[in-house]
Design a protein around this ligand. Structure first.
Ligand SMILES: [Zn+2]
Length: 626
């Protein structure tokens, strides 16, 4: 993944994306910088829990590197996004491209073009399938489906708007429909609407009411099917495919975004969304059969200022709610720039939003939305409800739950406010609730630390078999960083000192691999910190990933102010590193001579030793002059 193209994205576009995403502003969306020192800014690490900032970002244009002195994570802006958003390299680049408004062109990579073509065809398959389901729905076969929707009070207009259809109870009706339209077997199977058994292909959905699932741009990417009448499972979604990822989409968002709402309501089911839209509540979406994911929240943040979550009031729904809320609060810690407000609502009397809105209408529903609680209030309320056993309040259970929930919140003020509410319920002082919460926070911090230690140990075990070719001296690392800082001034450096670093100046193994990788960039005056770290990709250096070791060196190196100072430091370190190499060589030759019998080999070795000693003297003289 070092030099050359990056699979699907041409190298020059990669460079443009990176240069338009200043690492300080990107990282600043997740980390609050609290102090600066030299060219580095420091803040609390988003990757491990700590009380004093050891996470640093090097602000100069030539470096653009982050490094944590606590957990040793480090790298460039793409690596940071990969780590914090759990994305692949290409996905992280795409996110940064979007952030900076860089257009990624179609590439000529035949593999990519083939995949693009398949995606295009799958969209067409899905569109054709929607036509097939719609025709079936309107035909005689669809009578039961139409009756079902009538029973749920869904009008024809609404059904058509949402593209509802019907999959007849047949084994291969859709398959025949698509092969007649000249889709290939590969395209048909890739749509996710089929199952294969013993090489034969069957329609996945049979005897179900069909809901096309659209992406936010309104393209069909999948289908959900609801059984008509009894039977299990009630709802089935088509599986993830080349065009469908359920974590990244929300049902109904393409409709909801049209009115540019300030607020978006998230419910659990398709039918809820459809009923709500029909009743005039057009800002409703549904997560796709899972609790809300981080990606879905990203999506929502792009379209609104406030999210109101509805969870089913059954036990499974409530557990999903708690898991989802924990995710939200963790995310809030990570994304310090998150501005979207989140509240949680509950439909009275254990009803679905769908039932409620049909019975009481839009105005009553709006009141329920208005009463939605901030996340922490909801958690206190939920702890209270969970602590009622057969109508009797269990204070022990309540205080245990509530102190756990409050420990999820990092904002002291919000925490104290919620502690006050909990204290009212318990009939104790706010201070004692806060004290218990603090204890819980410490425990969870401790657990976190133990977990990180364990991971570090594992990592260390993986890398402790110290490979002879995987070490670097401090001076070598400093030299590389100085060279990276020289960048376009490198040719001036060479003409001033008449010296250039050579591959042989560096320790054999990883270091030499890195140096030979960066030499062309260096000579072209194009080396910078990021490229240096990139050259260490997949290598080990000093028992850590080389990218981490190099990042640490980059944020640590100081060379005074100005180009002159930088050049003097660089030449100085070059001589020091070279002196090291020749000193080691001198020792090795001397050792060999000790056990060598007389003969031509011995004479040659003696000669080599003499030359080495002379060169060392020369270097010493040079260093002395600086
Ligand atoms: Zn860290």
């Amino acid at each position: 993944m070092s030099s050359g193209g990056h699979g699907r994205i041409p190298q020059e576009v990669v460079e443009e994306i990176i240069s338009r995403n200043d690492i300080v502003s990107v990282v600043g969306q997740y980390v609050q910088f609290t102090k600066s020192s030299g060219h580095n800014m420091f803040g609390l690490c988003p990757f491990h829990s700590e009380d004093t900032p050891s996470f640093s970002v090097s602000t100069t244009a030539d470096k653009q590197i982050f490094y944590c002195f606590g957990c040793h994570k480090g790298g460039d802006v793409v690596k940071f996004i990969q780590e914090i958003e759990h994305l692949s390299y290409v996905e992280a680049l795409r996110l940064l491209a979007e952030r900076a408004g860089v257009k990624i062109p179609e590439t000529n990579d035949p593999k990519y073009q083939k995949e693009e073509y398949l995606r295009k065809r799958v969209y067409e398959v899905l569109k054709a399938a929607a036509v097939y389901y719609y025709k079936s729905y309107m035909s005689e076969k669809g009578e039961a489906a139409r009756a079902y929707l009538q029973k749920r009070a869904i009008s024809n207009v609404t059904a058509t708007n949402f593209g509802l259809g019907y999959a007849p109870d047949e084994w291969n009706g859709l398959y025949r429909f698509l092969t007649d339209r000249k889709f290939t077997k590969e395209e048909i199977v890739a749509s996710g609407l089929f199952s294969t058994k013993n090489g034969r292909i069957f329609d996945l959905f049979r005897g179900r009411l069909m809901f096309p699932i659209f992406d936010s741009m309104g393209k069909i990417i999948a289908f959900g099917g609801r059984i008509i009448g009894d039977g299990q499972p009630k709802y089935v979604n088509s599986p993830e495919s080349v065009v469908f990822s359920k974590q990244r989409n929300l049902y109904g968002l393409n409709f909801a975004k049209q009115s540019k709402p300030k607020q978006i309501i998230v419910v659990e089911g398709y039918m809820d969304v459809i009923s709500m839209h029909q009743a005039g509540v057009t800002n409703a979406v549904a997560s796709l059969g899972t609790a809300l994911t981080e990606r879905q929240l990203d999506l929502l943040e792009r379209y609104c200022e406030e999210v109101v979550l509805f969870y089913d009031s059954d036990r499974a729904g409530q557990n999903a709610a708690l898991r989802g809320l924990k995710m939200l609060m963790d995310r809030k810690k990570k994304h310090t720039a998150m501005t979207t407000q989140i509240r949680v609502a509950r439909v009275p009397n254990g009803k679905d939003p769908d039932e409620f809105i049909r019975e009481y209408g839009k105005e009553e529903f709006a009141k329920v939305v208005d009463q939605a609680m901030p996340v922490l209030d909801y958690l206190v309320d939920s702890a209270h409800k969970q602590s009622l056993v057969d109508g009797k309040f269990d204070p022990i259970k309540f205080q245990q739950l509530v102190s756990t929930y409050l420990s999820w919140e990092t904002n002291e003020i919000l925490r104290e406010r919620a502690a006050y509410q909990a204290a009212q319920i318990l009939g104790v002082s706010t201070a004692s609730v806060m004290a218990e919460t603090k204890r819980k926070t410490e425990i969870s911090k401790e657990e976190n630390t133990v977990r990180i230690k364990r991971e570090e140990q594992k990592q260390a075990e993986l890398t402790t078999q110290k490979q002879p070719g995987e070490t670097a001296t401090r001076d070598e690392l400093v030299l590389l960083c100085l060279l990276a800082s020289l960048g376009q001034n490198y040719p001036a450096f060479v003409s001033r000192f008449k010296e250039e670093p050579l591959v042989t100046d560096f320790t054999m193994g990883s270091m030499r691999t890195i140096v030979s990788e960066i030499l062309p960039d260096l000579k072209a005056g194009k080396l910078n910190g990021r490229r240096l770290v990139e050259a260490g990709e997949n290598l080990i250096l000093n028992q850590r990933p080389a990218s981490s070791t190099l990042s640490e060196a980059l944020v640590s190196v100081q060379y005074g102010e100005g180009l002159d100072s930088l050049m003097l430091y660089t030449i100085n370190y070059l001589y020091r590193v070279r002196t090291d190499v020749y000193t080691r060589q001198k020792k090795a030759l001397a050792k060999r001579l000790d056990v060598m019998p007389e003969g031509p080999d011995r004479t040659a070795t003696q000669e080599a030793l003499k030359k080495t000693i002379e060169y060392l003297k020369y270097l010493k003289g040079k260093i002395g002059k600086l």
